[in-house]
Ligand binder design. Structure first.
Ligand code: UPG
Ligand code: MN
Length: 625
């Protein structure tokens, strides 16, 4: 793919990042092809306009009218899709250069947010495996701060997190010593049945055993619904739950499980551990909580008094870090002197671990990951889709981009020593009423009031002058769970398409909100998803009406011997052929089979990890190999 490339960094230094474009030849060939299709589309429109049957032909006239409208729509939609084919860019980061340029102590602090909402569909073991995977990033531990938002306000999740904080003391040094990948213990032990050569066998088995014990303890608490009394003495937070507490009605709870500042918070090798915080914002039945957007905004505020790092990363609890180098990769973008100034966020693709190569439901979304997103990036604005994304805190909190703004990457919060004072302060920021009459959810933080809050948030950030980039390294940054049954897929797609359509038809449409603020290509790029749902009407019309007319002897298309037949045939064949080639190039296969149940190690899963049949996307399959 590499054609021309733009280098970042100072002119006499090696770059932190390189931006590559396809070769000139490939681009011109595609554009030439696209113009022939455009000519075909115009001819189809011309045919429809010049061969309208007389009004008196009744059904034929009506069918003709509908068909013309459908073809007009398809043509318009195809023009929109040109924007996500036009000029892809591919980014490469050079973390080695980052470490050459900056000493470890000069690297910025990093706040990582994990969201969970329901311990029955997102089992605590899944949540803490994700938490452990992000705690184990290859990054100075004293600069890492992990926050878990629990929208279920579940004491069991806090208990699981407490267990995870103890296990981390063994897991983190082990990961570092043996360069373990991936660093989610569930995914790692699920994949590796025996110790790799580099590992000390005894150490490996004892760690695996320790993990099994942890899973046993957590799962037995999940099953009994009661946490052991001895654990209760260990954390102040446990006392916040009372008889009347429910997930819809409870006070705010902030518990710092590991205080990275404290000397005693060290792993078994004596290295500091990352800060680990549990948060359940206050919930009252009469107050709206704004779902995930509300919890992300609460996390932004809580973290602002505990660590206030200039970079924030967020993941869903079912999406673990699969690459311990992602933080350093992302920093190459923010810290590049030439290209990084105006970057607000770096979005990683959504990849799934539970799909097979020939997935029938198209879950791997290969063309979107390999082509659409690089094109959005090419227009200066990859969208934000809610997980696997690194944000500049200032941009997320509403700052308008200006050339003179210089980020102070090394800023540190002068921390209050007293942990319970800090917790109290943080708790006061996540009460139900805190956001009343503020700009939270409007101009600040993640937007409220729309099913795709993340996409609008990203668009708003771009409208404030910032740019965003897409990074898709060979070793995937994050792996999540894809829905596996037709029912679940339909529900998810309905939510996405509805959400996108709602945006496109509202005042937040990329054409209105982005007018003169983002490039036309990007507005069109957003609209590809935005208007996707509308395709269903012309498609339904196209597959039913002409067939019905055909059965009744009403002709709507040119005779095969007529020259007008050519544009119809060409447009159809060219469009399908092009999308087949694209899919194959992006890693799809022509074969499609169903996601298969993984039977490997089922006994291990059953006994030691998550009770099967709990995860919402995956009722039949345990969520790891
Ligand atoms: O009230 C809520 C509801 C959800 N979540 C969390 O939000 C995440 C995503 O929710 P989920 O129901 O799993 O939605 P998906 O459809 O799987 O998520 C996709 O679509 C969402 C809406 O665009 C994005 O926010 C997600 O990042 C993206 O993975 C999960 O971690 C939940 O725990 C909360 O924290 N609070
Ligand atoms: Mn999900």
């Amino acid at each position: 793919m590499a054609g021309s490339s733009v280098r970042g960094g100072g002119s006499n230094r090696l770059p932190l990042l390189v931006t590559e474009k396809p070769t000139g030849m490939a681009t011109y060939a595609y554009r030439l092809f696209a113009s022939t299709v455009l000519a075909g589309v115009l001819l189809v429109w011309l045919y429809r306009a010049t061969h309208v049957p007389p009004r008196s032909s009744g059904a034929r006239w009506w069918a003709w009218l509908g068909l013309s409208a459908a073809e007009l729509w398809f043509g318009f939609y195809w023009v929109l899709t040109l924007s996500v084919r036009w000029s892809p860019v591919y980014r490469r980061a050079f973390p080695d250069q980052l470490s050459r340029r900056y000493k470890e102590e000069q690297l910025p602090g990093m706040d990582i947010f994990v969201c969970t909402a329901d311990p029955t569909v997102e089992p605590p073991m899944l949540v803490i495996s994700t938490v452990l995977s992000v705690m184990a990033y290859d990054y100075p531990q004293e600069k890492l701060n992990i926050y878990l938002s629990d929208d279920a306000g579940s004491i069991i999740t806090l208990y699981a997190l407490y267990e995870a904080s103890e296990f981390a003391k063994h897991w983190l040094p082990f990961c570092k010593k043996y360069q373990v990948e991936p660093r989610s213990p569930a995914a790692y032990f699920g994949k590796e049945a025996t110790p790799p050569d580099a590992c000390d066998r005894k150490e490996w088995f004892s760690l695996k055993e320790m993990y099994k014990d942890l899973a046993d303890r957590v799962n037995s608490v999940v099953n009994s619904g009661k946490i052991p009394d001895v654990s209760k003495c260990k954390l102040r937070g446990f006392s916040k739950w009372s008889e009347n507490t429910s997930f819809r009605d409870h006070p705010s709870i902030v518990q710092i499980l590991i205080d990275g500042n404290k000397r005693k918070a060290t792993d078994v090798d004596g290295n500091v551990l990352p800060t680990l915080v549990y948060m359940a914002r206050e919930k009252r039945p009469q107050e709206h909580h704004h779902f995930k957007a509300g919890s992300l905004n609460a996390l932004i505020r809580v973290s602002s008094v505990i660590s206030n790092s200039p970079v924030i990363m967020n993941v869903d609890c079912d999406m673990y870090s699969n690459n311990s180098g992602s933080i350093r990769d992302a920093l190459c973008f923010f810290q590049d002197e030439e290209q990084g100034q105006d970057i607000a966020f770096v979005q990683y693709p959504q990849n799934f671990e539970n799909v097979v190569h020939n997935d029938i439901y198209g879950n791997p979304i290969n063309t979107v990951n390999e082509l659409d997103h690089p094109c959005l990036d090419g227009w200066g604005g990859m969208c934000y889709y809610g997980t696997g994304c690194f944000h500049r805190r200032e941009a997320l909190c509403g700052r308008i981009y200006s050339r003179d703004y210089k980020e102070d990457w090394t800023r540190m919060l002068s921390k209050t020593e007293d942990v319970s004072e800090l917790e109290g302060m943080a708790e006061s920021l996540v009460t139900c009423t805190y956001e009343h009459n503020t700009l939270w959810g409007i101009e600040k933080g993640v937007r409220y009031g729309c099913p795709l809050e993340d996409v609008i948030t990203g668009l708003q950030i771009q409208c404030r002058g910032w740019r965003s980039v897409y990074h898709n390294p060979p070793r995937k940054g994050f792996l999540g769970m894809a829905p596996t049954s037709l029912g679940q897929i339909l529900v998810q797609h309905k939510r996405w398409t509805e959400g996108f359509l709602q945006i496109s038809l509202s005042k937040y449409s990329p054409f209105l909100l982005g007018h003169r603020k983002i490039r036309l290509g990007l507005q069109m790029g957003y609209s590809v998803c935005g208007f996707w749902a509308l395709n269903s009407f012309p498609t339904l019309y196209y597959v039913t009406i002409p067939s019905l007319c055909f059965l009744n002897g009403i002709s709507l298309f040119p005779e095969i011997t007529s020259p007008w037949f050519l544009p119809f045939a060409y447009v159809a064949v060219a469009a399908y052929f092009c999308s087949l080639v694209e899919s194959l190039q992006c890693g799809d296969t022509a074969k499609k089979i169903r996601v298969v149940e993984r039977t490997k190690d089922v006994a291990f899963q059953k006994n030691h990890l998550i009770p099967l049949g709990r995860h919402r996307h995956n009722p039949q399959i345990a969520w790891y190999h």
